[in-house]
Design a binder for this molecule. Structure first.
Ligand code: SIN
Length: 386
C-alpha cells in the first residue's frame, strides 16, 4: 500500500514538474532562443509562478544596464562562445528574474548597450554620472550595474574612485549568455540585487559579484577566459559570499574609496590619455615612443617581474619623463606590489610605482590623478592611498 502511494506521489510530482517546466524549456531550446520577445514571454510565465514574499518594506534598487554577456544571446543553447554580447534590453534582464520582486523593488535604465571591450572614457563618464544622479535620490537604496566581464574591473575601479555616495554599488556580469544552458546571469543578477539592497553593503565601496562571490573593485581581476570562477582577488581574496539572497562579508578593503577620494567627474571631464606599454623579451622602445608622440600624458608600464624595464626600453622611458610624461611602473605578473626604487631608480628618474594595482587599474587611477596634478610625489601618494 505504502509502495503504491509512493509510486503515485512520484508520478504526480514528475508530471507536475514537466508541465511547469515545458513552456520554459520550449522557449530556451535551440532554434527558439534568440529573440528578446521569447525571453520576455518566458519570464512573464514565470512571474505567474513565483509568489511574492510578504515583506513589509523592500529596498529600492536601480539597475543600470550597459550590455555584456549577461545581456548576450547565442544561436543555440550550447553556444557559450561566439555569441553576441549586449543584445537584451534592461527590461528583459529584469523580467527574466521574477524572483527579484521578493527582495527589492527593481527599476531599470539602459545607460549603454555594448560589449565591454568597447568601453570608452566617455562611456565611463556617462555611467558615473548616472550612478551619482541615481544614488542622490533619497528613495534609492542601491545601484546594480550589468556589465561585460572583460573590462568590468576597470569600470568598477573607476566608479570606486568617483562615486560620491556610501550607498551600495554592485557591478555584475555573466560568463554565459542568457540563452545558454546553465546561464549564470540570472542568479548573478539576483545576488547583485540582494547585495545592493542590503545595509551590510553600505560604505564598502564598489563591489563586483559573480559566481556567489563578492569582491572589492580595487582588488578583483578576471583571471580565466571562460570559467565561471574567473574573478579572483590575487593574494587578498574575496570580501565575502552571497547566498540565498543575503550577503556575508568577512573583510573590507582598507584603501580609500567613493566619498573619501578627491576625484569628481562630469560627462564633459577630459580624461587625459594614458597608455599601457607591455614588457617582454626583446622589448623595443617603438610603442612607448609612439604613445608619447600620440600625446600620452601618462604611460603605465606593465613590466616584467617587479616592474623591471629592459635596457633597450629604459632610455625611452627616461626621455619621455623628461618631456613631462608620467611613467608608472606596474607589473604583468598578476599579483604583488612593485617596490619603489627596487628594480629601477625611481627617485632618480622621477618614475612612480603602481603599488599592487594591475596595469589596467593603474591606468584608471593615473588618468584621474592627472586631472588633479602632474606632481609625481602627489601621484605616488595616490597610488598608496586609493
Ligand atoms: C563583454 O565583456 O562584454 C563580453 C564578455 C563578457 O561579458 O563576459
Amino acid at each position: 500500500m505504502r509502495k503504491r502511494y509512493a509510486t503515485f506521489a512520484l508520478l504526480f510530482a514528475l508530471t507536475l514538474a514537466t508541465v511547469m517546466t515545458l513552456p520554459i524549456f520550449a522557449q530556451v531550446l535551440p532554434g527558439n532562443v534568440t529573440s528578446t520577445a521569447m525571453l520576455q514571454s518566458r519570464s512573464s510565465d514565470m512571474i505567474a509562478q513565483v509568489p511574492t514574499a510578504p515583506t513589509a518594506k523592500r529596498p529600492n534598487v536601480v539597475l543600470l544596464a550597459t550590455g555584456g554577456t549577461i545581456a548576450g544571446t547565442g544561436a543555440t543553447s550550447t553556444t557559450t562562445a561566439g555569441y553576441q554580447a549586449a543584445k537584451l534590453p534592461v527590461t528583459a534582464l529584469i523580467n527574466a528574474v521574477p524572483e527579484l520582486k521578493n527582495i527589492a523593488n527593481v527599476t531599470g535604465e539602459q545607460v549603454l548597450q555594448i560589449a565591454s571591450e568597447n568601453m570608452t572614457n566617455e562611456g565611463l563618464l556617462k555611467l558615473a554620472d548616472r550612478v551619482n544622479a541615481v544614488l542622490a535620490k533619497p528613495d534609492v537604496d542601491g545601484v546594480v550595474i550589468t556589465h561585460g566581464t572583460d573590462t568590468i574591473e576597470e569600470t568598477a575601479y573607476f566608479l570606486n574612485l568617483v562615486t560620491k555616495s556610501e550607498k551600495p554599488v554592485v557591478i555584475v556580469g555573466a560568463m554565459r549568455p542568457a540563452t545558454a544552458l546553465s546561464a549564470d546571469g540570472p542568479l548573478n543578477l539576483y545576488n547583485a540585487v540582494a547585495i545592493a539592497g542590503s545595509p551590510a553593503a553600505v560604505g564598502k565601496g564598489v563591489l563586483v559579484s559573480l559566481n556567489d562571490q563578492i569582491s572589492a573593485a580595487r582588488e578583483v581581476t578576471k583571471t580565466n577566459t571562460t570559467s565561471l570562477n574567473t574573478f579572483q582577488s590575487p593574494d587578498l581574496g574575496y570580501l565575502g559570499y552571497v547566498e540565498l539572497g543575503k550577503p556575508y562579508f568577512y573583510r573590507t578593503s582598507t584603501r580609500k574609496h567613493t566619498t573619501a577620494t578627491p576625484f569628481t567627474v562630469t560627462p564633459t571631464t577630459k580624461l587625459p590619455q594614458v597608455d599601457i606599454i607591455y614588457g617582454y623579451g626583446n622589448n623595443s622602445p617603438v610603442l612607448l615612443n609612439a604613445a608619447v608622440a600620440d600625446g600620452a600624458k601618462g604611460i603605465v608600464y606593465a613590466g616584467v617581474g617587479d616592474g623591471s624595464i629592459s635596457v633597450q626600453l629604459e632610455p625611452a622611458a627616461i626621455a619621455a619623463r623628461k618631456k613631462g610624461v608620467i611613467i608608472a611602473r606596474s607589473a604583468r605578473a598578476g599579483s604583488g606590489r612593485v617596490v619603489r626604487n627596487g628594480e629601477e631608480k625611481d627617485d632618480e628618474y622621477d618614475f612612480i610605482v603602481a603599488d599592487n594595482l594591475n596595469p589596467q587599474k593603474a591606468r584608471i587611477l593615473l588618468m584621474l590623478g592627472l586631472i588633479i596634478t602632474n606632481d609625481t610625489k602627489a601621484l605616488q601618494d595616490m597610488f598608496y592611498t586609493y
